[in-house]
Ligand binder design. Structure first.
Ligand SMILES: [Zn+2]
Length: 224
């Protein structure tokens, strides 16, 4: 535990919905050592996975969101949270050390908030992908696949209908992830189609990591 304590610190956060202050744990990224990365880009670290602490949850009103989007909420959306979440919220805190299961709950809360506030599908998909990853970490294959399938639907909608400007995703990475997610849920033909799209993208040379992964996973899918 001492080691985990050194990797985490307390951050004070002002809730933009109820205006109360709470503390939440954050990970000292500079102290983290990458152990490995799965082909759908889930990273594993020694000691703690920062994925577990990415969602801030206000213990007083139940508002939950990733750190980067926590503060950007309009007055209209605050009212939606107060009416739909706070009204039913039983005060509880996720501000201390979190289990993997706690982390899953925080992402599900953030996903619920995202649905209520009509987030872009790319953002909703990134939340469900994190939930799938956490289920992989705890070894629940069935729930992992369920959330990978949801991510596939959201990401596909996003690919064809949304601008990725302002998201931390680009077209090549999104197409690659769609290939790998389809492969993982057993949709071989769709996976090959996405990987082919990635490899024939005129800008693929600008992303050698994704190019290498797409080649390897295309081969794995074809031979599998
Ligand atoms: Zn609050």
């Amino acid at each position: 535990m001492a080691e985990l304590d050194q990797l985490l610190y307390d951050k004070s956060v002002d809730c933009p919905v109820c205006n109360k202050e709470f503390t939440t744990k954050k990970v000292r990224m500079s102290r983290l050592k990458l152990i490995k990365r799965d082909e759908d880009l889930l990273s594993y670290y020694e000691g703690v996975n920062p994925l577990i602490y990415q969602i801030f949850v206000c213990p007083y009103c139940g508002y939950a969101a990733s750190e980067s989007r926590f503060d950007s909420i309009s007055n209209k959306d605050k009212k939606i949270i107060l009416d739909n979440i706070t009204a039913k919220w039983k005060k509880r805190s996720y501000g201390d050390i979190r289990s993997d299961e706690d982390a899953i709950i925080t992402y599900k809360l953030a996903f619920y908030v995202g649905q209520l506030l009509d987030y872009a599908k790319i953002e909703l998909g990134s939340l469900t992908l994190s939930i799938a990853w956490l289920y992989r970490i705890v070894g629940d294959k069935e729930e992992e696949n369920r959330f990978l399938s949801t991510t596939k639907e959201l990401y596909e909608f996003s690919y064809y209908n949304e601008s990725l400007v302002g998201s931390n995703m680009d077209e090549i990475r999104l197409a690659y992830l769609l290939g790998e997610i389809n492969r993982r849920i057993g949709k071989k033909e769709e996976a090959l189609k996405w990987f082919n799209g990635v490899l024939s993208n005129p800008h693929i040379k600008s992303n050698p990591m994704i190019e290498k992964l797409a080649r390897e996973q295309w081969r794995l899918t074809r031979d599998g």
